[in-house]
Write a protein that binds this ligand. Sequence first.
Ligand code: PMP
Length: 403
Amino acid sequence: MNWLQRAKKVIPTGSQTYSKSHYYFTKPFFATQGLGGILVSDEEVGTGQNREYHDFSMGLGSVILGYKSKQWWLDLDFPNGVNFSCPHLLEVKFAEKLLGLFPHHDMVKFFKNGSDATEIAVRLARAYTGRDLAIVGSYHGFHDWYVASTDRNRGIPLDNQMLVSQFNGIEEFKNLMDDDIACVIVEPTIKNVKEISQLTKDYGALLIFDEVMTGFRYDVSGLQRLLDIEPDITCLGKCMANGLPLSAVLGKREVMQLMDDGNVFASSTFGGETLSLAAALKTIETLEKEGAILWGIGARWWNGMEKLIKDKGLEDIMKLEGYAPRCGVTFENVEYQSLYQQELLKRRVLTHGINNYCLDHTNAQIDYFLEQADEVLDIIKKAKKQGSVNGLLEKTIQTMFRR
Ligand code: PMP
């Protein structure tokens, strides 16, 4: 039995995260460890066949410094014991640190997942505005309030579906906006973000920036600083602790205080767990010094890929997206996307399309990626010419939601 067969027998989807599962890979495999920007995998159980991949997913964006040695974790400044019977000093220190980076917010509360953070953000907005409806821009986690808006909403009471709407494009957004909207929650990478932010405020709804993915990658003060937009609430997570689980909700005092004396309940056993807080302090200190390097790494990839796409005449079926520290390609259809992933995996490059760079990625890795992409884009060009991926694609990946 290989790892996938073993995993599927004991774990639904064989994975804890849809995007890591066999549905989202043309060739599933299991990790054994990481080295800098490289993921080491075990291909077959018991055979000891390891294979190294140049990793451009980096734990779905949860790792930003690089996979660190055991010593790096041991050297973190964390106490004996990791979770205590009363708040720990590190909670206060890290709260002060974060609020220094996001000065228009006054208070912060810690959680473990991005999903926790977005859920509490929406709950706060509903309580603060006294309205129920939420408008969402993209993926914001797996909790009821959000999943109600998707096509994978079994097990969620029907009423929830009436309370949340997704939009696609600025016109749909404008049609949805009304005086009964509690909040608009979007990633700041969304198109027309300035107009959306302004309209949200005009309607008296709270603007929530889901910076779970974007926070820290572009700037230690989030993409919001680069865009010069001040949301009412910010959600952070993913790479904040370089792979350890930590998320945060930040907001103005009058909103956040509702979790104290306003009957908005948010309480978690592990929110103040100190190993993650120590890792986050170290991660952010490092990014403050070296984070700009990610812009150089991403730009090297972007420039190389832009030229390849143009030279091969593929602009109509694949597009560059993102800002340098988190950029990649999106495709006209999932078959082309699958072919891109399949052929890169064969050449030991791991990506879902959009790349998450880390400080340990080297120029040599980027150049290797581009050399391999040169061949891979030729295969995609062939598919485009013959009008289908027939004979080229071995397996089509399944995206999480149809919409
Ligand atoms: N918001 C965004 C923008 C995300 O990308 C994700 C995870 N991919 C989440 C929220 C949910 O985070 P988590 O998986 O840590 O619960």
